[in-house]
Design a binder for this molecule. Structure first.
Ligand SMILES: O=C(O)CCC(=O)C(=O)O
Ligand SMILES: [Fe+2]
Length: 322
């Protein structure tokens, strides 16, 4: 394991709209996004009490009987919402399934939302456990990190030579997923290659991850070696996803990572995946192409891209359970 550390980026100048703050953070984010594709962010302004309450909500949910949790997993493959039991997913399809359970929440829509009635992909109602205050807490956290992700996209847009609001209408009704995660300690009985989260890249634009103090996230450098990404109290870990890599003609990198819970304790983490609006056209940014670097990928709607990625990750589990 390499001793290199991921960069730490302070978002305060961006979020407080200090003079030159947007450009400063654009440069810091752009550098990290082109290099290792992973970075910590501090100065994000999200209330520590909300963070604590969301962790508490995750612990309470995962402590429910399996039967109760399984009731929250209707039609998962179509909606990408609700509960995923232990070993219910293979982030690395070449390895045994992941030693984790998860719970997904998407954009919160009413049952009579026209997008649901029209059968649009991944538009669905959320599944809510019958726990007092749970929905309010988790939705407040969803909204806070979504807002943060959009603000970070202002800096990303500037780094990519676009207007600061370039991404705004592509992220205002996004296929975003908030995912609560629970990993048991890595058991001695695990199959060869079976870990908390198999090596994978994320699918969306950016991921805003809040790990607890157990640690266990590992990031793969381009030379194949691994860097530990220990938890920094109060900081998020952010990474570039495949969709933004495509948008930038591979100028930004979506970096492989994994979770191995060697800490001997239960581990909880909360990931927010900011995928674009379903109808946002994911097309090569003008600044990322030129005579020597033509666009490598044709434009694709956000929804088609996400579907392609999710299908590949659940396919092995679906096949086994068929
Ligand atoms: O739990 C973590 O720390 C990371 C999880 C992850 O990489 C993912 O769910 O995509
Ligand atoms: Fe990930």
């Amino acid at each position: 394991m390499s001793t290199e550390r991921l960069p730490i980026i302070d978002l305060t100048p961006l979020l407080e709209q200090r003079p030159g703050g947007l450009e400063q953070v654009a440069s810091d984010l752009g550098h990290a996004a082109r290099d290792i594709g992973f970075f910590y962010v501090t100065g994000h302004g999200i209330d520590p009490a909300l963070i604590e309450a969301t962790f508490a909500a995750a612990r309470t949910l995962f402590a429910q009987p399996l039967e109760t949790k399984m009731e929250l997993t209707r039609d998962f493959f179509r909606t990408n919402r609700g509960y995923v039991p232990m070993k219910g997913e293979n982030l690395d399809p070449s390895k045994p399934s992941d030693l984790k359970e998860a719970f997904n929440i998407g954009l919160d829509l009413r049952a009579d939302d026209p997008r649901i009635l029209a059968g649009e992909p991944f538009r669905a109602v959320n599944q809510w456990p019958a726990l007092p205050g749970w929905r309010d807490t988790v939705l407040a956290y969803f909204n806070a990190v979504w807002r943060l992700g959009r603000q970070m996209h202002r800096a990303i847009a500037v780094d990519l030579g676009a207007a600061p609001d370039f991404f705004e209408d592509k992220l205002d009704a996004p296929l975003a997923t908030l995912r609560l995660l629970h990993y048991p300690p890595q058991p001695p009985s695990a199959e060869e290659g079976q870990i908390g989260a198999g090596t994978h890249t994320d699918y969306g634009n950016i991921t805003i991850l809040l790990p607890d103090d157990v640690g266990g996230l590992e990031v793969q450098r381009r030379d194949g070696t691994w860097i530990a990404a220990p938890t920094i109290p109060g900081a998020f870990v952010c990474n570039i996803g495949d969709c933004l890599m495509r948008w930038t003609n591979d100028v930004y990198v979506s970096t492989p990572h994994r979770v191995v819970n060697r800490g001997g304790r239960e581990r909880y983490s909360i990931a927010f995946f900011l995928d674009p609006n379903p109808d946002a056209e994911v097309a090569c940014m003008p600044s990322c192409q030129g005579p020597d670097t033509p666009a490598r990928y044709p434009p694709v709607p956000g929804a088609d891209y996400l579907k392609m990625k999710l299908d590949a990750s659940y396919e092995p589990v679906r096949r086994k359970s068929a």
